[in-house]
Design a protein around this ligand. Structure first.
Ligand SMILES: Cc1cc2nc3c(=O)[nH]c(=O)nc-3n(C[C@H](O)[C@H](O)[C@H](O)COP(=O)(O)O)c2cc1C
Length: 320
């Protein structure tokens, strides 16, 4: 799997509808689900959480949990869905997640992490990867992190998505934990230098894709979170920038047509969610506010689509 450009897992954002939109904007981007707790997959209707049938991009299922048996069971269920990889979340610092003893807090217990991953690897028909931080609280981000990575690689984990900062579990909420402390890309470069055989994908603070292509060329890929959600139209450039691809020459106009075709196939609840994910598509254009109001309105979809396309055409004419 070519992990050159990945969109980070984001709760309440990277659901299957946002992934569908991303897939229209870039064919080569690797998509991630939101984190789904193993128990949600095991106990409830798995189809509700795992349905990825409309997505043709390679997609990584991210799971959360710390019980090896539960993770094994969830992995077995996930085998029959069209995911390319299954990823264990070892980076989420939220207090809710901490109290469930999963996410970033697990980086403090390498043996438990190994037990979890071993069970997943044993039954998974796809590669099992991890998303980590550089450390947690006052953990040693030098030898300590190297030891953690070495131990995981010994049991067959070959791919590490690294959010390039430590997680501070006390006193900061998850939002603050995405800006504090400062990013440490140098440490990620060092991981790649010391573990050449492993796939190392850097995450955190990447906004300009062209700059990132050059800056991180020694790594195996970049993972973008907020910049992809907040400015999704930028994804239209990904296949050209990273893969020299001009195939298809997608335009925003054709994306709007395809999104409304997709919306017509959805029930009302999913239609609302999908339109919500489209709110940022017009950011920065004249009439961006009008486009948002249209997407939130109860107008007929044909009318919304037509007016959105007029907004795009008007801004293209103005730019010409
Ligand atoms: C709204 C939101 C939800 C997130 N949910 C998850 C998640 O479910 N799993 C995960 O590993 N990281 C999650 N993250 C962290 C992102 O995957 C990423 O590591 C972080 O935003 C830093 O990357 P960025 O600077 O490109 O946004 C979330 C981030 C945001 C903004």
């Amino acid at each position: 799997m070519d992990r050159t450009f990945c969109i980070a897992p984001m709760m309440r954002r990277t659901d299957r509808h946002f992934r569908y939109l991303c897939g229209l904007l870039s064919k080569e981007t690797i998509l991630f689900t939101e984190m789904i707790h193993a128990n949600a997959i095991n106990r409830c209707d798995p189809e509700r959480f795992l349905n990825n049938s409309n997505i043709s991009n390679a997609t990584v299922l991210q799971v959360g949990g710390s019980c090896p048996e539960e993770l094994k069971k969830a992995t077995l269920i996930a085998n029959s869905y069209n995911y390319s990889e299954i990823n264990l979340n070892l980076g989420c610092p939220s207090s809710k997640v901490q109290s469930g003893n999963f996410g970033a807090v697990l980086m403090k217990d390498v043996n438990l992490v190994k037990n979890c991953l071993s069970e997943m690897i044993k039954v998974s028909s796809k590669e099992v990867s991890v998303k980590i931080r550089l450390g947690v609280d006052d953990s040693n981000i030098n030898e300590g992190l190297d030891y953690f990575i070495e131990e995981l690689s010994q049991i067959g984990v070959n791919t590490f998505y690294v959010h390039a900062r430590i997680a501070l579990l006390k006193g900061l909420d998850p939002k603050e934990n995405r800006t504090i402390p400062p990013l440490n890309y140098e440490r990620v470069f060092k991981i790649k230098k010391d573990f050449k055989r492993l796939n190392i994908i850097v995450n955190g603070g990447i906004e300009d894709f062209k700059i990132a292509k050059d800056e991180f060329q020694k790594l195996d890929g970049i993972m973008v979170g907020r910049a992809a959600y907040d400015l999704p139209f930028k994804l239209l450039d990904v296949d050209r920038i990273f893969f020299n691809s001009t195939e298809g020459n997608k335009t925003m106009l054709s994306v709007i047509d395809e999104m409304f075709e997709y919306i017509d196939s959805l029930n009302f609840k999913d239609e609302i969610k999908t339109k919500f994910h489209m709110l940022n598509l017009f950011k920065g254009l004249n009439n961006a506010k009008k486009s948002r109001l249209l997407l939130l309105s109860s107008e007929k979809n044909d009318k919304i689509k037509c007016e959105l396309k007029n907004i795009l055409l008007a801004s293209e004419n103005q730019a010409a």
